[in-house]
Design a protein around this ligand. Structure first.
Ligand SMILES: Cc1cc2nc3c(=O)[nH]c(=O)nc-3n(C[C@H](O)[C@H](O)[C@H](O)COP(=O)(O)OP(=O)(O)OC[C@H]3O[C@@H](n4cnc5c(N)ncnc54)[C@H](O)[C@@H]3O)c2cc1C
Length: 426
């Protein structure tokens, strides 16, 4: 039973990990190294850093189980998550319900409505019919205009740079429902430990990694899939494609006809991220600051000094994919420095020991109206072809945990349908 996995990011690695024991697995990765969005940078001093900050919360049980299986739990750094919102250049904590009281832009009634809204949605188990309801209408109906304007609109603008009347309320529900409160964890030495742990487990089961090999074509002949990449074509019984759907169509033109429901154009976000390695924490230690500024997209800064004794500041900016600004590096850097100064007027440039800039396109699909409805309940697009991105999973968010859930379901289906019902301890 031969399985090709296209993509050596977290989804591809987790699928390979779950399948390698019972199948012959080959992972194709076009980059020279594994990790995809979860990858990072190796510094001259031997330290590793993530490109983008990754944290896990207690509800991420699926990925936490994999981390335990790999004996990597010691690599996680758990702390109470302190979140802050910058209001009038001051950081206001936004961790507990009573922190809302300090939020001066909202009236007492607004705060009560907002607290009730959070409570109600934490209890609501499914996004249900929210898919074709605009996020804006949903919030205004439940909490009023002010809460939308000061609380939700800036964060959606930060993420999507599009008006809230095109973003699905189902997405907002998923974010609220995702319990990031309480304790959260970051990897003490970057996600690289997890990436290498998965790689070693797959190699132990004789899985093969073809790094620096881009898959350029995918076609079905008879009962098998022919994967073109590197020096030719190889035939497999099953293929798992973990890249963006828009690129899957280019690789295999048969896909849209086979699943017209999902053949909608999918918009993507790209991300630019400035990472500053400081020689001290920024101000008060927060895991995440959200800055609300009228007329501008809000910004998020994640100061990991709140979690580890490693003063790394991540300043990610999401942009619509394809909106490439040639001077984006300088722009992002300048904005990031100005931003740090605004939050902490004592901030000096010489606090920055090193800075990095990372950029990726097609980072996350945009959860516009009816997006969720176009997703599938079954990950198998054509016989033997699996695309996790199109497969609807309860949390709706693209995270390590949802990658772990989807890979488990896909691996179970491949084992049951194509490899026979072998026992599988993963
Ligand atoms: C700023 C930011 C913050 C985030 N924070 C969190 C967080 O706190 N917690 C969390 O759980 N998640 C977080 N995420 C999301 C997390 O990074 C992603 O969900 C996860 O890394 C996605 O993995 P993936 O394998 O699905 O996709 P990717 O990482 O995109 O991997 C796809 C891989 O496929 C390869 N590929 C594509 N096409 C081909 C081809 N034709 N041939 C060969 N290879 C190919 C690509 O090179 C890539 O390596 C964050 C993401 C960002 C951008």
């Amino acid at each position: 039973m031969k399985v090709a996995i296209i993509g050596g990011g977290m989804s591809g690695l987790l699928t390979a990990y779950r399948l390698a024991r019972n199948c012959s697995v080959t992972v194709y990765e076009k980059q020279g190294k594994l990790g995809g969005l979860a990858g990072g940078v190796d510094d001259d001093d031997g330290t590793h850093g993530d490109k983008y900050n990754h944290c896990l919360c207690c509800a991420d049980t699926e990925i936490l189980r994999v981390i335990r299986e790999l004996n990597l739990s010691h690599d996680l750094c758990w702390r109470v998550a302190r979140q802050g919102i910058v209001q009038n250049n001051t950081v206001v904590p936004a961790c507990r319900a009573d922190d809302l009281l300090r939020f001066t832009s909202l009236s007492f009634t607004d705060k009560i409505r907002l607290a009730g809204f959070f409570l109600k949605n934490n209890l609501r188990g499914e996004s249900g019919d929210l898919d074709n309801v605009p996020a804006r209408d949903w919030v205004i109906q439940n909490c009023g205009e002010k809460v939308w304007e000061y609380f939700f609109e800036p964060s959606l603008k930060f993420k999507y740079s599009v008006p809230g009347n095109t973003i699905s309320a189902a997405y907002l529900w998923a974010r609220i429902h995702e319990k990031k409160h309480g304790k959260i964890a970051v990897f003490a030495h970057s996600s690289d430990g997890l990436i290498q742990g998965l790689r070693q487990a797959v190699e132990k089961d004789r899985g093969v990694f073809r790094l620096g090999t881009e898959v350029t074509g995918l076609k079905r002949q008879g009962n098998r899939w022919h994967v073109a990449g590197g020096e030719g074509e190889t035939a497999y019984d099953c293929v798992v494609y973990t890249g963006p759907y828009s690129e899957a169509i280019a690789l295999c033109p048969a896909i849209p006809a086979a699943c017209p429901k999902t053949a909608l154009p999918v918009e993507y976000l790209s991300v630019d991220c400035c990472v500053l390695r400081l020689d001290r924490p920024l101000k008060e230690s927060y895991w995440l600051f959200m800055v609300l500024s009228k007329g501008r997209a809000s910004r998020v800064v994640i100061d990991t000094a709140a979690l580890c004794d490693n003063p790394l500041v991540y300043i990610p900016v999401y942009r619509p994919a394809g909106n490439k600004n040639p001077s984006q590096y300088e722009l992002c850097l300048r904005e990031s420095f100005e931003f740090c100064e605004r939050i902490n007027p004592q901030f000096k440039l010489d606090w920055v020991k090193k800075h990095y800039f990372f950029s990726d396109t097609q980072v996350e699909p945009v959860f516009s109206l009816n997006y969720v409805r176009s997703m599938r309940d079954d990950p198998e697009i054509l016989p033997g072809l699996f695309i996790p991105e199109l497969f609807r999973e309860r949390s709706l968010l693209k995270t390590f945990n949802s990658a772990a859930i989807k890979s488990r379901i896909i691996a179970a289906k491949i084992q049951a349908k194509y490899a026979g019902n072998h026992s599988n301890r993963r």
